[in-house]
Write a protein of this length. Structure first.
Lengths: 293, 205, 207
């Protein structure tokens, strides 16, 4: 094994640089990265603010669920608010750090140099940049996926009826998404109207005609099959999960679900992987007990 | 025969979709203005027929099954034509959406853009302009930091080793100034040198 | 479309790799970041840049001690490895003897899959290409074994396709990459079966 003796020596003998002071102020800033939960709540400890890593795990789950579900899932408002704030602060932090490096190593960034000690001291910065790129990718892919679904269900969302839905439209979509949907669907209707509909006889000018053999308003395919992983209740949750049943023979915990169309019962064992109809597991997905994979 | 023209239109749309999937959205074929107008004209013709058939039916007091069937089929043809027209336009607008996202992702390849522009109808050009603006607006504001129209391929190897193939002068990055002299090697951020790799100045090791 | 059609029904192999890269793995660091106790007592900072990450735990990275094993996210392990700053502790299942056991199990139990980790294929491939010198056994032999295992499982999946139905399916111990490869086919067939089934039952109701 080859260990840099320099690292061990450096460990014993370090001096302070300007970089560090920015870091200290950064760590103070941490308490402000709270989204709307507010700093007060954290101080009193009622709602501990989720750590960045915990939030990233949630974001990954939201992203994967969104990508695989036929319907548009409720927008995670607080999670996104916290995450976007963290991205912004991390960008500033990295900029501060790399300015420090520029001063240190101005003009000497050649191959021989970067192979040696400079790399070690830059490693955290390299990793922080990579880390930020990874987070930005997930955010981007997540939002773009949602926009694609908003477009796909454009007419459906225009006729969205809050009454029968899990959440009202202005919670289902973010503020930006609502604006996007409004503008894009108006644009599309304008195009269809100008190039086709206004040349049609009056009785054929509707764009949301569901009378014919094929509906014109595309709805999510509620019973489409999906791959699911049964993760069970959040371990941090203290209340026992009343839906969770136990198989008396094997001791295996499971959720019981009903496939309405077939009038069949099925068991979803914790830790199991299944192919199921989306509508059968929808509630469990919205409750984070089952995730799409 | 009625609806033959609109079937042609749907085939055309299908072809456009396949082309867009295989060689990118910029390859949108020319807008079939003539065909669209002929289908619209056919709808007008069918409507006249329908009116005539209905009048005839009223005279014979609904007893004629054949006439009733004829009337019904005429209405179906009109409906079908309309749906084909909409399908054609919708598939094209989907392709325009992809073009708009690609445009926002890179300011490069203006040639390809003009080529696509020449194949669009007037209303499509307008739509493309509006939607491109919408994306630009979405990118700014709350989402400035995450580059909404950026790559949808996960970042791997954010930093890479490169060798310089041709002298390319100095480049400025967050990690300092790199003087790109032939045969030297650097450890750089991939995003910083993507273009230089494409242009053949650098080689990824 | 704001999401390319290729990504609308499934994940790309790169995305599967991305998901797996967030999982922890053990490393032997070759450098130290842990602040000596006396520094802590003084309450001053050392000149070193601290790791501050948003997608992975940074605590272990700020407390690295050379050659003391610790756990970090796989993508960080690979970054450090690329820089010659650590060696990766290959997971226990990724050795010839262990892989052979899995193969034996797969052959003996035709009705089920062995309990390989959900990310086995991706981890194996990443370590083969980026940390071959850290593996317990020669990489070319491991590659062969992994390929054998993969083919046996693929064969089993092929056999299992006759069980596709319109109700549901249980597929424990399939890895994420295997699921992603199966996805278009399995979902396509099951959705079709579902449609056929529901049109039949509609007809029966009408009669």
């Amino acid at each position: 094994m080859n260990i840099d003796i320099d690292d061990i020596l450096a460990d014993l003998d370090r001096d302070t640089t300007a970089v560090e002071s920015s870091l200290i102020s950064q760590s103070h800033n941490d308490t402000t990265i709270l989204g709307t939960d507010g700093p007060e709540t954290e101080k009193f400890g009622h709602f501990p603010v989720p750590s960045p890593v915990k939030d990233f795990e949630r974001l990954m789950t939201s992203w994967r669920n969104e990508r695989m579900s036929p319907e548009l899932l409720p927008f995670p408002h607080l999670l996104m608010q916290r995450t976007l704030r963290r991205v912004q602060e991390q960008l500033e932090h990295i900029e501060c750090l790399s300015m420090g490096y520029l001063e240190d190593t101005a003009g000497v960034s050649n191959a021989a140099d970067s192979r040696n000690g400079a790399v070690t001291s830059k490693l955290p910065l390299l990793a922080m940049e990579a880390d930020l790129e990874r987070l930005k990718f997930v955010l981007r892919s997540f939002l773009r996926c949602r926009l694609a679904k908003i477009d796909k269900y454009s007419l459906y969302l225009r006729q969205f009826n809050d009454a029968g839905a899990a959440v009202p439209l202005d919670e289902l979509l973010s503020r930006q998404e609502l604006g996007y949907h409004e503008r894009h669907s108006t644009m599309l209707l304008k195009l269809l109207n100008n190039s086709i509909l206004r040349h049609m006889p009056p009785e054929l000018q509707a764009v949301d005609d569901n009378e014919g053999s094929v509906k014109m308003v595309e709805e999510p395919e509620w019973s489409r099959f999906v791959f699911v992983y049964v993760n069970g209740p959040d371990r941090a949750q203290r209340d026992p999960d009343s839906l969770l049943l136990v198989n008396e023979e094997t001791g295996q915990q499971f959720y019981s679900v009903t496939i309405q169309e077939l009038q069949e019962e099925a068991e979803l064992a914790i830790g199991g992987i299944y192919v199921m109809r989306y509508n059968v597991v929808r509630d469990l997905i919205l409750d984070n007990k089952v995730r799409l994979i | 025969m009625y609806c033959d023209l609109s079937s042609k239109l749907v085939l055309e749309a299908k072809r456009a979709q396949q082309l867009s999937r295989s060689s990118g959205p910029e390859q949108l074929p020319i807008y079939q203005d003539e065909l669209v107008r002929n289908v619209v004209r056919e709808v007008g013709q069918l409507r006249k027929n329908a009116e005539f058939l209905r009048a005839q039916q009223e005279q014979s007091e609904g007893g004629d099954k054949v006439a009733r069937c004829q009337y019904f089929v005429t209405l179906l043809c009109m409906e079908r034509n309309k749906r084909c027209l909409l399908a054609y336009q919708k598939l094209r607008s989907d392709a325009l959406d992809s073009i708009a996202w690609n445009r926002n992702a890179s300011s490069s390849a203006p040639g390809a853009m003009q080529q696509a522009g020449a194949n669009l109808s007037h209303y499509e050009q307008e739509y493309l302009k509006d939607y491109t603006q919408l994306i630009a607006d979405m990118k700014s504001g709350d989402y400035t930091d995450i580059d909404l129209s950026g790559s949808l391929t996960p970042p791997s190897d954010v930093f890479i080793d490169v060798r310089v193939l041709k002298d390319a002068g100095e480049i400025q990055t967050e990690y300092g100034v790199f003087n790109l002299i032939k045969d030297s090697q650097f450890f750089v951020r991939q995003a910083d040198v993507e273009r230089l790799i494409q242009q053949g100045y650098l080689q990824k090791l | 479309m704001s999401l390319p059609w290729k990504l609308q029904e499934t994940f790309s192999p790169e995305e599967i790799q991305f998901i797996v890269e967030n999982e922890p793995i053990k490393i032997f660091p070759r450098f130290t970041t842990k602040t000596p106790v006396r520094d802590n007592r003084r309450g001053t900072s050392t000149g070193q840049t601290r790791w501050k990450l948003l997608t992975a735990k940074d605590e272990s990275l700020n407390n690295l001690v050379a050659i003391r094993t610790t756990e970090v996210a796989l993508w960080i392990a690979l970054l450090l490895k690329q820089q010659g700053k650590c060696s990766i502790v290959a997971p226990g299942w990724l050795r010839l003897s262990q892989l052979q056991k899995y193969i034996d199990y797969e052959l003996k139990n035709t009705g089920r899959f062995s309990e390989l980790p959900w990310n086995w294929l991706v981890v194996a491939r990443l370590l083969f290409s980026k940390a071959a010198d850290d593996l317990h056994d020669p990489v070319h032999l491991l590659r062969e074994k992994v390929q054998d295992l993969r083919e046996i499982r693929l064969g089993k999946i092929g056999q299992g396709l006759k069980h596709l139905n319109e109700s549901h399916l249980q597929l424990d111990n399939l890895s994420l990459l295997e699921i992603n490869e199966l996805r278009p086919f399995v979902l396509g067939v099951m959705n079709k079966l579902k449609d056929v089934h529901s049109s039949i039952s509609e007809e029966q109701e009408e009669e």
